[in-house]
Design a protein around this ligand. Structure first.
Ligand SMILES: C=C(O[C@H]1C=CC=C(C(=O)O)[C@@H]1O)C(=O)O
Length: 355
């Protein structure tokens, strides 16, 4: 489905058909279930017409010319048993190679200089842990997903020898009729630091930057209602989350809404101008961050759209696995603390998958 690998394809004008019946994609929508599609996928540049269920899978820089992927078959189920016979049985054992602190220090000092120079107010660099499969199958990670609590939007896909499996707590937005629901998710601490976290001015500012961005981005579309900032508990880590809702006076459509919101400063950079986005892109490339990390991933099902921010995942090509994690950096951030935050985010993913 995802177009970064050459796949057998048939091109007919503005659409391309890729992959095979072995390929799949899924997203669990709270209250609905697992939306699942099997390949081959018809890839389209624009949102398909009414009545067509489809996945949206872009890359972080929004360079995929056809982010809409219409599966050959689509269904909604309580679990992923229908995929079970197409994926490996044994959870993988992976030999991981941690990212180096030196490299992070270099990135952090460049970011600190840019912040002092007023080039941006917040940016989200990322580092990547790289692994090799020792035994088992990477796609068997899928078996863990139905057990995870509903705070996680579990998602993934497999296309040939590439794939991704994740459990993100971050909704980009849902659109049902004229109601848009989104959230600011930023600010992180290990669960043992929950008490000081709640009143930590640095964490609150880091979070409120994202809230402010979302309100500014959505305000032209209708009245924005923001709920109170709350602590989201995810086992070993906690985040700040603020829910936001808008009754759209007119809907610009899913494609325009994705472009309006992504990347929020929970994954991107503020101000979100072309120059800063390019700089973030270069930083990510230098650090080997996969193009799909932090990208919008969604499903259009029964006329509603649900999109998430593609974080907390493991992606792979063959037997090579990657586990990326990012963290918001603002003027008050400290290099060692952010380094620890990157580690606890990666650890939380490993724990979720039991690896
Ligand atoms: C970028 C990530 O997390 C985002 C979501 C929650 C909290 C975040 C933070 O505190 O920096 C990040 O914005 C990641 O998990 O890789």
């Amino acid at each position: 489905m995802m177009s970064d690998t050459p796949q057998p394809s048939t091109d007919s004008g503005n659409e391309v058909v890729r992959g095979s019946a072995d390929d799949f994609a899924f997203l669990r929508v709270p209250g609905l279930g697992f939306c699942v599609g099997r390949g081959p996928f018809r890839e389209l540049a624009d949102e398909p017409g009414d009545g067509v269920d489809a996945f949206y899978a872009g890359d972080f820089q929004m360079t995929d010319p056809r982010p809409w992927k219409v599966p050959a078959s689509f269904w909604v189920a309580d679990d992923l048993t229908a995929l079970a016979k197409h994926i490996g049985e044994t959870l993988p054992e992976i030999s991981w190679d941690s990212p180096g602190f030196r490299q992070w220090e270099g990135v952090f000092s460049k970011v600190s200089r840019d912040l002092s120079a007023g080039r941006y107010e917040k940016i989200v660099p990322a580092v990547v842990e790289s692994g090799r499969v020792v035994s088992g199958d990477l796609d068997a990670l899928v078996h863990r997903l139905p057990e995870l609590p509903e705070e996680y939007w579990t998602y993934g896909y497999r296309v040939g020898s590439r794939g991704l499996v994740g459990a993100t707590p971050e909704r980009l937005f849902s659109l049902t009729g004229d109601e848009l629901i989104t959230m600011a998710l930023a600010g992180t601490a290990p669960v043992e630091r929950r008490a000081p976290f709640v009143n930590d001015p640095k964490q609150i500012r880091e979070h409120e930057i994202v809230v402010r961005y979302l309100i500014d981005a959505l305000d032209p579309l209708g009245e924005v209602v923001r709920e109170k900032r709350e602590v989201m508990s995810l086992g070993s880590i906690v985040h700040f989350r603020s829910a936001l809702k808008v009754k759209l006076s007119e809907s610009p459509g899913v494609d325009a809404l994705v472009r309006r919101l992504h990347p929020t400063p929970a994954l991107g950079v503020l101000p979100r101008n072309a120059e800063n986005l390019e700089l973030l892109g270069e930083m990510r490339d230098r650090l080997g961050v996969p193009k799909r990390f932090g990208a919008p991933f969604g499903v259009r099902v029964g006329g509603s759209f649900h999109g998430v921010v593609g974080i907390r995942h493991i992606c792979w090509r063959g037997t090579h696995a990657l586990l990326p994690a990012g963290c918001g950096v603002i003027a008050e951030s400290e290099c060692e603390n952010e380094w620890k935050e990157l580690a606890i985010k990666r650890e939380s993913v490993k724990r979720l998958f039991g690896i």
